[in-house]
Design a protein around this ligand. Structure first.
Ligand code: ADP
Length: 430
């Protein structure tokens, strides 16, 4: 029976009851007392049902409804339907939460939920393993009390959500962790930590391999190029048929030696991430590099120097010089004789900026992000022809990283390129 017909039936029940009371009352001339008595009984009956409902609502048992018919039966079955739907929803939520909890537990990365005060609200199994957190006891404790790390403290204080940091696992110095934070909910933070010891080990093996191969090739190459030079100098071998192959052999061995030297330099730069802290006079250095650049080729473009800053850079003079020379030589190679190369040294927002801008051929946008990769060249054939190894910009990037400097490349095909190096205030002296 639906709710509407139950109400109609109840209405008619009242009408019939009043009708009977009226009729019987009229016979005995007691209409008012009888009507009152019937209404009183009806009210008590409903009060009794209301109390039963209130008791039942204390712990509703949908399989055990006290009344199945009439108005009260309808109310009970409606409540029973809502309760059943709610418990189904609760069950579904419970299942979802269980699935979520077991999937985050299965994560190989540590996840720790922190409140706005940096206290631990929740963490997964990997967090116990990697960060040494213990269930129950550590919930509610400030993370930094358990895991003293100035880097992580800074990350949390600065709300730096874009970068990650590397640190050692608490109590396990051989284990390296990569930690990043991400905001969620209202002022809450999720801290994620990943064990990167294996990846770092693999990278080390790869770097050592390249360095070892380069080192092993050095001696045989020196021997071969020595013999080639001797053969070229030998008057008795002046036969024209030998001249060209010998010249080619000399050229190729020189190229191979250059590649080996560049790879060894890269390996050295990678193995030690800190640079010297000497004061480097950039204006003086740029002047020397500009003079050298003009002498690279007869048809070298004009090189101009604009220095608006006198600040010195704290760093390794040799490395900085080689990086700047690399950038300027590249500009010379890619700019026509009637073009211009401008070296600018100026201050900007507390930092100092070095720009090497040319009006040369430019670089298509799709190559720019990859230029600092080892052996990446826009035109490999042309680069080889002029003795390029494709390692120049990779070396530049490493040198600049060691000086905490940032390299940006802007370029437009047919218009020119600008290589911009920004040194932070911590690397500058007035
Ligand atoms: P390479 O030995 O080929 O010069 P680099 O690593 O120094 O190697 O440079 C990588 C590539 O970047 C070059 O092959 C060249 O295509 C491109 N490039 C570098 N500087 C410039 C520039 N100023 N103008 C145009 N292209 C450039």
């Amino acid at each position: 029976m639906n709710a509407r017909s139950a109400w109609i039936e109840e209405f008619w029940r009242i009408v019939v009851l009043i009708g009977i009371a009226w009729a019987v009352g009229a016979v005995f001339d007691q209409v008012v007392p009888l009507l009152l008595a019937v209404l009183l009984v009806y009210t008590f009956h409903n009060l009794f049902n209301l109390q039963r409902l209130s008791n039942w609502l204390g712990s509703p048992d949908v399989d055990n409804i006290p009344i199945h018919f009439g108005l009260w039966g309808g109310i009970y079955s409606q409540i029973a339907r809502i309760t059943a739907r709610q418990s189904q929803r609760e069950q579904r939520l419970k299942n979802m939460l269980n699935e979520y909890a077991s999937s985050t537990s299965a994560l190989p990365d540590a996840a720790v939920a922190l409140d706005s005060g940096g206290r631990i609200r929740w963490f997964n199994d990997a967090a116990s393993r990697l960060l040494g957190l213990q269930t129950a006891k550590d919930i509610g404790q400030p993370l930094l009390n358990l895991f003293r790390s100035p880097e992580i403290a800074l990350l949390l204080k600065q709300h730096d959500y874009s970068s990650s940091l590397q640190t050692t696992a608490p109590g396990r110095p051989e284990r390296r962790l990569e930690v990043r934070i991400t905001p969620y909910g209202e002022g809450q933070i999720l801290l994620l930590a990943r064990d990167i010891s294996e990846r770092l080990q693999q990278e080390r093996v790869r770097k050592d391999f390249v360095a070892n191969v380069s080192h092993e090739l050095r001696t045989p190459l020196t021997v071969v190029s020595g013999f080639v030079e001797n053969l070229q100098a030998d008057e008795s071998l002046s036969d024209q048929r030998l001249k060209r192959p010998l010249a080619l052999m000399a050229q190729q061995t020189a190229r191979m030696r250059q590649i080996v030297e560049d790879l060894l330099l890269l390996a050295r730069l990678e193995s030690d991430s800190t640079a010297d802290q000497q004061q480097v006079d950039m204006v003086e250095m740029l002047q020397l590099v500009a003079d050298e650049a003009a002498a690279i080729a007869e048809d070298a473009p004009a090189v101009e120097l604009e220095s608006d800053s006198m600040r010195r850079v704290l760093g390794d003079p040799k490395q900085l010089r080689s990086a700047v020379t690399n950038l300027v030589v590249n500009a010379v190679h890619h700019t026509p004789a009637d073009g211009t190369i401008t070296l600018r040294w100026f201050d900007r927002n507390g930092s100092a900026v070095l720009e090497i801008a040319d009006t040369g051929e430019g670089i298509a946008a799709e190559h720019i992000a990859r230029l600092t990769e080892r052996f990446y060249r826009v035109d490999a054939g042309r680069s080889r022809e002029r003795g390029g190894t494709g390692l120049g910009l990779a070396i530049v990037k490493h040198v600049l990283n060691r000086h905490d400097a940032r390299l940006e490349i802007e370029s437009e095909l047919g218009v020119g390129s600008c290589f911009r190096v920004t040194f932070p205030p911590s690397r500058l002296v007035d």
